[in-house]
Design a protein around this ligand. Structure first.
Ligand code: ADP
Length: 474
């Protein structure tokens, strides 16, 4: 199986895709599949895998020099192929920085990957299935489909439907795709070329990263204009939850946790809070301390949190925000920290050890997303006994059970949930959290223990993907 992706933790990571590209191939190999990665030879990967040896020559775009595929292995012994096409990938800066030629750049990756999948490596290895991820690899299923017989089937995974890769149609001839592909039954989307739609239309099977998101994207509210296509292909569409690396996201072992703890030593969790409060300039006593660890963007619903914040602070709550993004949200949270010194703290940065200290020292974590394909921070919150307060959408709906009289009575509650994307609904969930924390400490502890008992296992996810690959072959 050839796993074609644009990110790989820890060397090139922009979001959840980097984590998935690291963890899922390892888990698939663990259950016995011969999975191999293919990525562009970005400078960061060239340096790490300088020993990788040429295994194939492949075309990129018509009229261009062909590229060399080099083969190596990751430290976890996953075979890794690097597409060495310096004209497209040997560039400084971020991997998604715009240089005005992104359609051709990712098109070149897809065309080369399709050729490699068909011809295979020098040692005779050829994939039975090709697995592509998010819009940058969306043309890969299209190239495979138009390549004729002897071509492996493709699986396409949506990690976030909000980013689609839309370009004017005049790039089409340079991409060497047949003119008939530019149609409603193809990769055309309202007069533009859509990489995402190409992936969805031409792949044999489609997956996304949670069962609820798989249903939601078939509706106009979440489908970003592709709901009709997705609904039409619903029998080929599967939602498979991402896993969490238990070695990394574990309060018993993570080196960034000051006072390590587990379910059987939960009392020690509290010792992390004063340390965190001193670091952030927060009052050490008061009501519950909740954190946010997030990109500060519209998708994450943090404007709702800003609107509901007076209610939280009035109820005795404290808040610590870690994130960067939208200047308006950055400014809004900074102003809130000025308005409620000692009660609200903000750090506008990307800081992984800080994220771990927040998880260890906070009582809860807010994830009020408008849309959330899977979401990782609520899963970290569960693992750390840091109760997630989430909106009921996508992967959040699949992983957090809200505290209600019933779920508290039958010991299934793992956090707090609200549904309408409004500040009012969020305030109501905040009220539930404040009440439980202030008045029912034994119940709070019970919810923490239930949360920490949840496991999101990459091996379970790998078995889900294996079934999809089998179906694609069938
Ligand atoms: P998305 O991929 O939409 O950004 P996810 O919840 O799936 O959201 O993944 C976000 C990842 O990035 C998580 O691992 C989270 O801990 C991390 N993260 C986000 N913002 C920050 C930050 N400011 N500092 C450290 N880690 C962050």
């Amino acid at each position: 199986m050839l796993f074609v992706t644009t990110e790989l933790f820890p060397w090139v990571k922009q979001g959840g895709l980097g984590d998935v590209s690291d963890a899922l191939p390892k888990a698939l190999r663990f259950i016995g599949l011969d999975v191999r990665l293919l990525l562009p030879a970005y400078p960061a990967l060239q340096t790490v895998f300088e020993d990788a040896r040429p295994v194939a020559k492949v075309p990129t775009l018509p009229g261009e020099a062909s590229a060399t595929v080099r083969g190596g292995r990751t430290p976890a012994q996953v075979p890794l192929y690097l597409l060495d096409a310096p004209q497209w990938f040997d560039r400084p800066g971020g991997i998604y920085d715009e240089h005005g030629d992104s359609a051709l750049r990712w098109g070149a990756l897809c065309r080369a990957a399709a050729a490699f999948a068909r011809r295979g490596a020098k040692d005779g290895w050829r994939p039975q299935v090709v697995h592509a991820h998010d819009w940058q690899t969306g043309l890969l299923p299209a190239y495979l489909r138009y390549a004729g017989a002897e071509t492996p089937p493709s699986v396409f995974t949506i990690h976030n439907l909000s980013y689609q890769g839309l370009y004017p149609p005049d790039v089409l001839p340079r991409l060497d795709l047949p003119p008939q592909s530019f149609s409603m039954h193809g990769l055309e989307f309202h007069g533009q070329l859509s990489f995402m739609k190409a992936g969805l239309y031409y792949s044999h099977k489609i997956t996304t990263v949670s069962p609820t998101y798989a249903r939601e994207i078939q509706t106009p509210q979440h489908g970003a204009g592709l709901e009709g296509l997705l609904h039409g292909r619903r029998r080929d569409l599967t939602g498979i939850l991402n896993g969490v690396d238990d070695e990394l996201w574990n309060p018993r072992t993570n080196p960034a946790v000051s006072v390590r703890y587990g379910p059987d030593s939960l009392g020690r969790k509290q010792e992390n809070q004063p340390v965190l409060c001193r670091e952030l300039g927060l009052e050490e006593n008061g009501g519950p301390l909740f954190c946010v660890i997030s990109r500060l963007v519209e998708q994450k619903g943090l404007d709702l949190l800003m609107e509901a914040l007076p209610h939280w602070v009035d109820g005795g709550g404290r808040l610590a925000v870690l994130g960067t993004g939208d200047p308006q949200l950055e400014q809004g949270f900074t102003q809130a920290a000025g308005r409620w010194p000692g009660r609200v703290a903000v750090r506008l940065s990307y800081d992984e050890p800080m994220a771990v200290r927040l998880l260890a020292g906070s009582d809860g974590i807010f994830v009020p997303s408008r849309r959330e394909p899977c979401g990782l921070t609520q899963l970290y919150g569960l693992a750390f006994g840091t109760l997630p307060l989430v909106r009921c959408t996508g992967g959040l709906a699949d992983t957090v059970t809200g505290a209600t009289p019933k779920t508290l009575a039958n010991d299934t509650a793992t956090g707090f949930v609200f549904t309408p994307p409004t500040a009012q609904a969020l305030c109501a969930a905040m009220g539930e959290a404040l009440d439980l924390w202030h008045h029912h400490p034994a119940s709070w502890r019970q919810v923490q223990l239930r949360a920490m008992a949840q496991h999101f296992d990459w091996n379970a996810a790998a078995m889900g993907y294996e079934a999809v690959y089998q179906a694609a072959l069938g």
